[in-house]
Design a protein. Structure first.
Length: 531
């Protein structure tokens, strides 16, 4: 069994295959060290000033708890240390071959041949886990960028040139978390920094207090209310999301009119840090819409009549997350649930997904559990025809739900996606049964912050069940979780009271009508007796 890629997706794939009894496994890692982008010694990787944009809840692996002393949004070095401990704990390191870059992968007589410079690895199955952050850099397609006479870089190479960026006029093109982090960093180095966004962006603060993670402001009760009772997801986002963000953080979560987004809140990828908003408020960064034209070192934006001079352009425009597989001889355009290939059940893609909230590692953990069970024949996939039909259905659903990003990003609703995988691997606990057998745990699951630990409660390993239960109980201590619990319980009481009022009103109306009808009957009887 060959796994291509030594990042967290490849490492989790390895771990779950070993647990399913598949021990003849090798991870081929092109970097000199494992753990992919989280290891600053690799390329591409995090930067010195990178902090997680997901709270530690959604970075936590369900059967390997993160330390209570870890900050809500830890520095990348802390996350790397956590993943190293994970690999050591489960004995994964001996299976990883570093400095082993794949040159070509070819299927010959139903056997995959993975060619490196020194060897050929043969296997019946391959897992492709090279990551959404890869060597296929995205650049704007506009030809006028070719007219710029100053320096041009991609954010991917930032570590190699940032030291020389001092006292410069810098334009950063892009609206990602990376673009904003780089802008803030460079604005502190005596640079004049401008950030241009073509489509605008929503801004979601990472926290609403030092110990209040914003991404934990969601629960299973709210999820069920939104999707099964109230309906109209966008409307509810307006009520629970957009109005909240606008009220406390300004329009679009920033109050920056130049970056007005084209889609509703949570219907697109959004930036989960407000550091750049603070820098703009201090006059350290200038926000602009998209570039209209370039003449030498002079650039004009569509929202400004003046041209401005620049020394440097940095393209923080990301990577090709869908088609960066030049080592594969065949192109697989359609993937079932972003993982499986309908026409070939021996190749799997892990980690090529973007949730609008939570984190990629959280989804990858469930993806790799599913893949390992399929490879070891413990779980069966639908037929090719059924998978193709589901792919088309998912595409149309994504088109409606994420109209601004579905074409360029494999974006998903993380809550639905996790439940879908949980159902397929029989990892969804019976909440109805749990209501009677362990009501306290049931309340924590339903009312507290949404978490992925419940997908371990059905595990055959009782130790993992214990870990998951402890993780869920620990979440109840989080300030954000306490807030969402109180709100949801109050909201439920209002619903119950509302239902009671409606029932009593209906009963009163029925009784009133009966009384009127009875009175009319008595009156008719009296009139008849008088005759």
């Amino acid at each position: 069994m060959v796994i291509i890629g030594g990042g967290i997706s490849g490492i989790m794939s390895l771990k779950h295959l070993l647990e399913e009894g598949e021990t003849n496994v090798v991870v081929l890692n092109k970097n000199k060290e494992p753990f992919g982008v989280w290891n600053i010694n690799n390329h591409p990787s995090v930067l010195d000033f990178t902090y997680s944009v997901s709270s530690k809840l959604y970075l936590t692996i369900s059967d390997f708890p993160i330390g209570n002393d870890v900050a809500e949004f830890p520095h990348h070095s802390v996350v790397l240390d956590y993943y190293k401990k994970y690999a050591d704990h489960f004995g994964l390191m001996p299976y990883i071959k570093n400095n082993t870059e794949i040159i070509k992968v070819k299927k010959i007589n139903n056997i995959w041949h993975s060619y490196t410079r020194d060897a050929v690895y043969k296997s019946y199955n391959i897992i492709v886990a090279t990551g959404a952050v890869n060597k296929c850099l995205n650049y704007p397609s506009d030809s006028f960028f070719n007219e710029f006479t100053g320096e041009k870089y991609h954010a991917d190479h930032f570590k190699s040139y940032y030291a020389g960026l001092v006292n410069k006029k810098i334009l950063i093109v892009g609206g990602s978390d990376t673009a904003c982090d780089i802008a803030v960093y460079l604005s502190d180095k005596n640079n004049k920094v401008t950030v241009s966004m073509k489509h605008g962006r929503w801004f979601q603060p990472r926290f609403v207090g030092a110990h209040n993670s914003a991404d934990m402001f969601y629960s299973r009760f709210l999820d069920g209310l939104v999707k099964n009772v109230v309906g109209g997801k966008r409307v509810v986002h307006n009520i629970f999301g957009m109005d909240y963000v606008n009220r406390f953080y300004g329009s679009y979560g920033s109050g920056i009119k130049e970056w007005e987004p084209e889609c509703d809140y949570l219907n697109d990828y959004y930036v989960k840090s407000r550091d750049i908003v603070d820098a703009i408020a201090k006059g350290k960064i200038e926000p602009r819409k998209y570039v209209e034209y370039i003449d030498g070192d002079k650039i004009k934006f569509i929202d400004n009549d003046k041209t401005s001079e620049f020394d440097v352009i940095i393209f923080a425009t990301g990577y090709n997350t869908k088609d960066c597989f030049d080592f594969l001889e065949q192109t697989y355009t359609k993937k079932y649930k972003h993982i499986f290939v309908p026409e070939d059940d021996s190749v799997f893609f892990v980690g090529y997904i973007r949730p609008y909230l939570t984190s990629i590692p959280m989804l990858v953990e469930l993806q790799t559990r599913w893949v390992s069970k399929v490879i070891t024949k413990r779980v069966k996939l639908p037929s090719s025809r059924e998978m193709l039909e589901e792919i088309e259905y998912d595409h149309e659903k994504s088109k409606k739900e994420f109209p601004c990003s579905y074409e360029r990003l494999p974006i998903v609703d993380p809550y639905d996606y996790c439940n879908m995988i949980g159902k397929n691997i029989d990892a969804l606990p019976n909440l109805f049964k749990l209501f009677f057998t362990n009501n306290e745990l049931w309340r924590n699951i339903v009312y507290d912050s949404w978490n992925h630990h419940i997908f371990r409660l059905n595990d055959k390993d009782l130790h993992k069940v214990e870990i998951a239960t402890n993780n869920i109980m620990e979440i109840t201590k989080n300030d954000t979780s306490k807030i969402i619990r109180r709100i949801m319980i109050k909201f439920q009481l209002y619903i119950i009271l509302g239902i009671i009022v409606v029932i009593l009103t209906i009963v009163a109306i029925i009784r009133y009508k009966r009384k009127i009808k009875l009175g009319m009957c008595i009156k008719k009887l009296k009139n008849a007796l008088k005759r």
